[in-house]
Design a protein around this ligand. Sequence first.
Ligand SMILES: [Zn+2]
Length: 47
Amino acid sequence: MYCPVCGNKTRLRLREDTVLTHFPLFCPKCKKESLIDAKEYVVKAIK
Ligand SMILES: [Zn+2]
């Protein structure tokens, strides 16, 4: 999975059937957590 802020690759991997809601994705490059939704490989950042 890629960071929605900077596009850096994160350590989290998505499966085809992975569904995440309001998941705090940590990016080692930004050193920030972004809240995301993910479904069918589509990742959306939540503001
Ligand atoms: Zn990032």
